[in-house]
Design a protein around this ligand. Structure first.
Ligand SMILES: Nc1ncnc2c1ncn2[C@@H]1O[C@H](COP(=O)(O)OP(=O)(O)OP(=O)(O)O)[C@@H](O)[C@H]1O
Ligand SMILES: [Mg+2]
Length: 268
């Protein structure tokens, strides 16, 4: 669906931010992009959504070059304060529908649908200052949903939210995925990355890993090199292994680890 071929990009006067990156995304996938500060995560999302054009290589969606605005790629940013441009939640969604040249007669039903999807029914007339961070982020997601993007990108969309807002937005990502949306979630929270089907890790603008989450999340030395903190249960696993607790399997989920610990025999 999305094809990224040998893409490189340099900011004017800056260093190379993305270097020779190749990967593709299949319809319906839930992928997380991970990497330390400055590794190129936001730059790649801008290249994928057409906000930036590659210096070399190509980004294609269904075989066509992506273009900003009508690219079929929806982007939700980090800061909920940056998200809303209109004065009410409803206007925010209408604004994005007008950009898409949606027929005015179809608009009310779409507004109702997307507000229901993000559980903001009754918030139509709310102004930004009346919303919590999580609600603002959900309003932003509603306005992106209204564009019916083929690919939904979240760029650290939960990192500025409190735990409740974070859970709400994460739940919404997974709900969209279960409904068939292709999701790309940029995060440096490995607890969040755990739930993706596939991880792409960036390091100094290069793609350093592309594969299943478990092998990367259990490779604590590599994670450290990537400036990422292993998920809690992997740190726990390392500590237990250091104490020579017999844990045989190569990869554990949190549930599997709890289960294995519950079935340990006492040391004699
Ligand atoms: N507008 C810009 N002009 C010049 N250089 C930039 C610009 N935006 C980013 N960069 C540089 O490009 C590199 C990649 O930045 P990018 O924002 O993509 O990283 P990131 O992985 O999203 O980081 P973070 O985790 O902090 O969000 C960095 O070296 C950064 O300093
Ligand atoms: Mg970023």
């Amino acid at each position: 669906m999305l094809n990224v071929q040998q893409v490189s990009f340099q900011y004017p006067g800056g260093m190379t931010a993305i270097r020779d990156v190749t990967f593709s995304i299949q319809p319906g996938e839930f992928t997380a992009i991970v990497g330390g500060n400055g590794s190129g995560k936001s730059t790649i999302t801008k290249l994928l959504s057409g906000l930036l054009q590659p210096d070399a290589g190509s980004v294609q969606l269904f075989g066509n070059p992506v273009k900003a605005g009508k690219s079929g790629v929806g982007l939700v940013f980090q800061n909920p304060e940056d998200q809303m441009v209109a004065s009410t939640v409803e206007d925010e969604i209408l604004f994005s529908l007008e950009n898409q040249r949606t027929a005015p007669a179809d608009m009310p039903a779409i507004v109702e649908d997307v507000l229901q999807a993000v559980r903001l029914e009754g918030f139509e007339m709310k102004e930004p200052f009346e919303l919590s961070g999580g609600q603002k982020q959900r309003a932003a997601i509603a306005s992106v949903l209204a564009m019916k993007p083929d690919l939904f990108i979240f760029d650290e969309a939960t990192s500025m939210l409190d735990p409740t807002g974070r859970e709400e937005v994460q739940a919404l990502m997974h709900q969209l995925h279960h409904q068939g949306t292709t999701v790309l979630n940029v995060t440096h929270d490995m607890e969040e990355a755990l739930h993706a089907e596939r991880l792409l890790a960036f390091q100094h603008g290069e793609l350093a890993y592309d594969g299943a989450p478990a092998p990367l999340l259990h490779n604590t030395a590599f994670l450290q090199e990537l400036e990422l903190v292993p998920p809690f249960h992997v740190r726990m696993l390392e500590a237990l292994k250091a104490e020579e607790v017999p844990l045989q399997e190569t990869y554990f989920s949190e549930e599997r680890l709890v289960d294995a610990l519950c079935h340990l025999r006492p040391r004699t």
